[in-house]
Design a protein around this ligand. Structure first.
Ligand code: WTA
Length: 651
């Protein structure tokens, strides 16, 4: 079966059912019992009344300062949830726990790459957040102000996020692997008043300097008045008089109490930048109330989090997975999370398995890229460790190929842990299509839309199709839904809502099978998915073109056995520039400097032209087909059909 550019090769028929004993004790089964729901089919049927479902979940999971008057107001494409409620997510994440036995429960077990361990209780986290929140207030940060956070995986990163949220400031976290220029663009777009960073951090036994990058970014970021610098490694750094402040000095005399700002439930909590088809990354806006209900609900149901679990989401907080499922949702549920600073294979390929054994991790959530890396290293590494504490596994970021799924199931889950393959996006805020722990699984399928959600496959005419492929869409609003793109309502409307009326276009292609299972096939648009991270083709192209020797560039993704996709660039050099291997290396590093190492092309080819339409749009689809040795189809609309042969020759 073919679907546009995507060929469906998978024909996976195996079904994996959870054991009866396991099902009996799950959060979802207990909820079903309470509501007298007998079967999974009945659950999905009943929760088609999504307004009812979300009201029930809000009642269970969050506490408002003042209750809401109206559940949802949907005037497409704009949504508000829990209207009239006074709220702050930090109340649910911290304040409510310190009034109960949970104050002494561990919120985070942090392990640094060099091996040091910090165990942080809910009370300690609460106090650290309060001290920092008081310090931010003293610096003049107010409700609605933006704060940039450019920090690695240390507990101070969630502390900084929560301190901002506490006082009603909006955080914008930038992944610590991004370069100075990426930081500068994001900080400028949201006009951050303050940024957080650190001296350096540990990665694969080395220290990675971060403050130097932040300094570079701040050369052209006029809105930033202060940089708060956390001391992670003790490496010497330049501190700019009047602007830079050490974290430890700033919080030294601050009170451990700080009143949480009572906000409107629809006030923004954070912006997180993500790649789109064109232009600069989009500042996706999420709001306090809906995001809290959506993330806490889906975590509680999908990963079945309970009081005695040790839960480990091994993502980076710099991406949405970390925001939702390391920071906010686990804290709202009062869970204990493991947080690890460093590389998965340092000092040896069994670092993760050692961590699982040591802390008796019961739930592990990671990406197909990591699973494939572990597969490559071999099953002898997990075998060295006792992984019997695990009871549930998860996957996110890209489609998981059945081979990796089975490996994960056998070698990590010991053939008794169900795998939650969660499909969602920065924009959705929380899981959308995902199994519940009680769902019979098919390896490689994210199964069904969760209760309270509705997804469908639309053909080009906007008609829902079944047992066929097409555009993945969401047909009604959900609590964690994005509230727009910062400063760009038009782009919000165009990107997600212009294709089908009042229907959210996810930008992925997917199909359903005859049992209604969803199979995600990949991006429909020109967005790359490298190791589960979104990178816009156009961003890499513009990074290449920013080099003085480059005239033009076209970037495509190719299937890659470890990373899912790898980046291939076709580069047209300026007149009289010599195409050398040395220059390829320089351009690769140039992209690293402009965007971050993750975006560096794996392959660069020099060509004298790239295929374009008459209006000058680069035909990436044609290039991709040629690079993969496939037929390119009709090229009569190209301005320069001969450029197609260039691609063939180069590749
Ligand atoms: C892809 C990450 C297949 C998809 C949470 C989506 C997936 C994009 C899955 C969002 C999955 C995410 N199976 N593909 N389980 N999860 N994706 O915004 O293409 O970084 O549109 O959010 O990742 O990436 P983002």
């Amino acid at each position: 079966m073919t679907n546009g550019d995507i060929t469906v090769l998978m024909d996976e028929t195996r079904v994996f059912k959870p054991s009866g004993d396991f099902v009996k004790n799950t959060n979802v089964q207990q909820w079903m019992n309470k509501h007298n729901i007998k079967t999974l089919a009945e659950l999905y049927e009943k929760t088609k009344n999504w307004e009812w479902y979300w009201e029930e979940m809000a009642k269970e999971l969050v506490e408002w300062y003042k209750p809401y008057e109206k559940l949802v107001e949907w005037s497409p494409p704009w949504v508000k949830w829990f209207l009239g409620a006074q709220y702050n997510i930090v109340h649910d994440a911290l304040d409510k726990h310190v009034k109960t036995w949970k104050k002494d429960k561990l919120a985070f077990i942090f392990e640094g790459e060099p091996g040091e361990v910090r165990k942080i209780t809910y009370m300690e986290l609460y106090q650290e957040v309060n001290k920092l929140a008081n310090a931010l207030k003293k610096l003049g940060v107010k409700r609605g102000d933006r704060v940039g956070i450019y920090m690695p995986m240390v507990p101070e990163l969630p502390i900084a996020m929560l301190a901002c949220a506490k006082i009603g400031a909006i955080h914008s976290v930038v992944f610590s692997g991004f370069s100075a220029y990426a930081v500068r663009d994001r900080v400028n777009d949201c006009e951050a008043k303050v940024i957080f960073t650190c001296d350096s951090f540990y990665r694969r036994g080395k220290k990675v300097p971060l403050k130097i990058q932040a300094d570079e970014a701040l050369k052209n970021a006029p809105s930033v008045k202060h940089a708060i610098v956390y001391q992670r490694t003790g490496d010497p750094v330049d501190m700019q008089e009047g602007r830079d402040i050490w974290w430890h000095e700033l919080v030294k005399d601050m009170s451990e109490e700080c009143e949480t700002e009572r906000l409107d439930a629809n006030d923004p909590l954070f912006f997180l930048y993500t790649s789109g088809t064109t232009g600069k990354p989009k500042g996706i806006i999420h709001a306090h109330g809906g995001y809290a209900v959506g993330t806490a609900t889906t975590l509680k149901w999908v990963f079945d989090v309970k009081d005695d679990d040790i839960y480990w989401c091994a993502a980076d907080i710099g991406w949405i997975t970390g925001h939702s499922f390391i920071v906010y949702a686990p804290l709202i549920l009062g869970a204990t999370s493991v947080m690890y600073e460093g590389a998965p294979d340092f000092p040896g390929p069994d670092r993760w398995w050692e961590i699982i054994e040591k802390y008796k991790v019961s739930i592990l959530y990671t990406s197909p890229t990591s699973v494939r890396l572990f597969m490559k290293q071999g099953e002898e590494w997990p075998k060295k460790h006792d992984l019997s504490s695990l009871r549930l596994l998860g996957s996110v970021g890209e489609p998981i190929n059945p081979e990796a799924w089975i490996w994960y199931y056998k070698n990590i889950g010991n053939e008794c842990c169900q795998i939650m393959d969660t499909w969602w996006q920065t924009e959705t805020g929380h899981f959308v299509i995902s199994p519940l722990p009680v769902t019979p699984l098919k390896p490689g399928s994210a199964t069904f839309p969760l209760p309270g959600m509705n997804a469908a496959i639309f053909n080009e005419q906007g008609v829902a199709v079944h047992n066929a492929g097409g555009n993945l869409v969401l047909t009604h609003p959900w609590p964690g839904m994005l509230r727009g793109i910062y400063k760009n309502p038009q782009r919000y409307e165009e990107t997600y809502w212009s294709r089908f009326k009042d229907i959210y276009l996810a930008g992925d292609v997917a199909r359903t099978d005859s049992d209604g299972y969803f199979w995600i096939q990949g991006r429909a648009d020109d967005v790359l998915n490298v190791s589960g991270h979104r990178i816009g083709n156009s961003e890499v192209e513009s990074a290449l073109v920013s080099h003085h020797k480059v005239a033009e560039a076209a970037v495509i993704g190719k299937p890659h056995s470890l990373k899912g996709e790898s980046i291939t660039a076709y580069v047209v050099l300026k007149k009289d520039v010599e195409p050398t291997d040395e220059l390829k290396k320089i351009l690769r590093e140039h992209v690293g400097v402009e965007m971050g190492k993750l975006a560096r092309p794996d392959e660069i080819y020099f060509v004298s032209d790239v295929p374009k339409t008459r209006s000058g749009k680069i035909m990436r689809r044609v290039i991709r087909a040629r690079a993969m040795g496939r037929e390119v189809g009709d090229i009569s609309t190209l301005a320069n059909p001969e450029a197609v042969d260039q691609i063939t020759k180069a590749t």
